[in-house]
Every structure is written in C-alpha cells, then in structure tokens.
Design a protein around this ligand. Structure first.
Ligand code: GTP
Ligand code: MG
Length: 266
C-alpha cells in the first residue's frame, strides 16, 4: 500500500520565479518565513526553536525492508529483476516490446509496468508468452516495493527467468525507491540532451547499467554522443554503458548479451 500522501496534480502550480512546484495560496518561501518570524518574535527569549523533521525517512525505511523481501523472493526463484527508470518517453516500453519479441522467445520473461494513469503500456507489452501486470499509481511518481510485491503476486512466474520492471517515467522520484531489483537500468535518450546526468545525478549514480537510447536520431538532433558518454561516465563511473537504438537495432545484441549474463549457468 502506498503510504505517501496523495497530491493530485491540480494542487500544484509552477512558481513563475523559481520554477519550483508550490501549493496554491502558499508561496514557497516568503509567507513561510513571515510565519516563522512571527512565531519566533512572539516566543519568550530562548523558548522557541526550529527543528527540521525529515518525514521521508520512515517511508523509505519501510520500503527498504519490503525491497529486501522482494530481493530474497526473486533470488529464491532464480529470477533476475531489472528496474528500468528514465524520464517519460525515453523508450522503455519500445525496448521491452522488442526484447519480449526476440530475447523473450528463448528465455521466459515477465513484466511489471507502472504508470500514473492508463494501461496503455501494459496493453502494448501484452504477449501470450510473457505475463504482464500493469500498476497505475494514481498520481505517485514512482513504483515502490509493496506495489512490486502485489504486481508480482498477480503473475504466473512459472519458468520465468527475467522480470522487467518498467518504472513510472520520471528522472527524480524513482531514484530513492529500491524495488528489490538486481539491476537498475537508467535510460537516457538522445532527445533529452547530453547534460541530463549532470542535472539529475542521483538516478545515474544509482545505476548498474545506463542505456543511451534512440541513437539512430542523434545526428539529426545534433546530439553529441561523445559528450553524453563523458557526462555519464563522470557521474556514473560504476555503471556499464550501452548505446542502442530499438528502431535501427544498433546495440541491441549487446543488450541481449547483458541479459544473458544475468541468467544462471545451465
Ligand atoms: N527514433 C527512435 N524513436 C524511438 C526509439 N525507441 C522509442 N522511440 C519512440 O519514442 C517514443 C516513446 O517511446 P516509449 O517506449 O513509449 O517510451 P517510454 O519510456 O516507455 O515512455 P513512458 O512509459 O511514457 O515513460 C515513441 O514514439 C517511440 O516510438 C528509438 O530507438 N529510436
Ligand atoms: Mg512506457
């Protein structure tokens, strides 16, 4: 069960100066500091103190416990679980469609796919030979370990060797949420620009594998692959890097080799 407070999109607006999201009627800093100043001024000298409480900690601790449970479950079943994260539209579903049609013919795969709304991706990924579960988070910007546990429960995992988890398209929120995966795969597409690893480092720092996707259109876009590679290697030196295009097929064999490397020896 998701314990995060629901925050419907309509509750947010874009602050015109900072570009940050703020709730209507409560601007980001000025009224808050005025409130604080009034509280401090009203309190007798030395009686008022301000304490920052990080409310995310208990939520993440609970998630980490559930993620370890998932990891043990996957390990026990001999299942390699991969968590695919990226900004919206980087090509996760397209890559998984092709992967199920090719790699998935020899090796039984399953998918859990998360989106804010719609089951479009689940429908795209539906194949008779690959069980798929769609999770709609209804506003939450990432999957969490309990959602995965429930999604997996609904699947027939008999004979499944590889579980793909397609996370909600978002380059920020999924970084903090371990799902119990063995491999975290971060996709960066050429349509996003070379600088994204520098601007959104946490997700890249948590990657085991970075896929630079849509390289077929790199030249047309004036996208500098060398610069993107340098940025990825600077922020995520721990991660393996594969440049690929699901459309042209470049790098796809390397992706399948990577997947085969996760399978237990025969
Ligand atoms: N040129 C090119 N386009 C691609 C490639 N892969 C995906 N696309 C296109 O990119 C768009 C988004 O692809 P999706 O696979 O839906 O992206 P996604 O990451 O699953 O998107 P969300 O689930 O919404 O986050 C689609 O129009 C795809 O056809 C590729 O290798 N080359
Ligand atoms: Mg998708």
């Amino acid at each position: 069960m998701n314990t995060e407070p629901a925050t419907p999109a309509e509750d947010f607006q874009i602050h015109p100066l900072s570009g940050a999201a703020a709730r209507p009627g409560r601007q980001l800093s000025a009224p808050l500091s005025a409130e604080l100043a009034a509280t401090l001024a009203a309190a007798p000298a030395g009686a008022a103190s301000v304490r920052a409480v990080d409310l995310r900690v208990p939520l993440l601790e609970k998630n980490d416990i559930l993620a370890e449970r998932n990891r043990g479950y996957f390990l026990g079943r001999g299942l390699a679980a991969l968590n695919l994260v990226s900004s919206p539209g980087a090509g996760k579903t397209t890559l998984l469609e092709r992967t199920l049609d090719e790699f998935g013919r020899q090796t039984r795969c399953a998918v859990v796919v998360g989106d804010l709304e719609t089951d479009n991706d689940g429908m795209r990924l539906h194949r008779p030979h690959a069980p798929v579960a769609q999770i709609t988070t209804g506003g939450t910007c990432h999957l969490d370990a309990s959602m995965i546990a429930r999604g997996v429960e609904s699947l027939d995992l008999e004979g499944v060797k590889v579980l793909f988890i397609e996370n909600v398209g978002n380059l920020v929120c999924p970084a903090s949420f371990d799902l119990g995966e063995r491999v975290r795969v971060v996709l960066l597409s050429t349509t996003e620009g070379e600088d994204k690893p520098l601007k959104y480092p946490p997700i890249f720092k948590s990657a085991d594998l970075v896929l630079l996707t849509k390289v077929d259109v790199a030249d047309a876009l004036g996208f500098r692959r060398d610069l993107a590679v340098a940025n990825i290697q600077r922020i995520a030196p721990q991660a393996r890097l594969i440049q690929l295009s699901t459309r042209s097929g470049e790098g796809i064999a390397e992706w399948y080799d990577f997947l085969r490397g996760l399978l237990p020896p025969r």
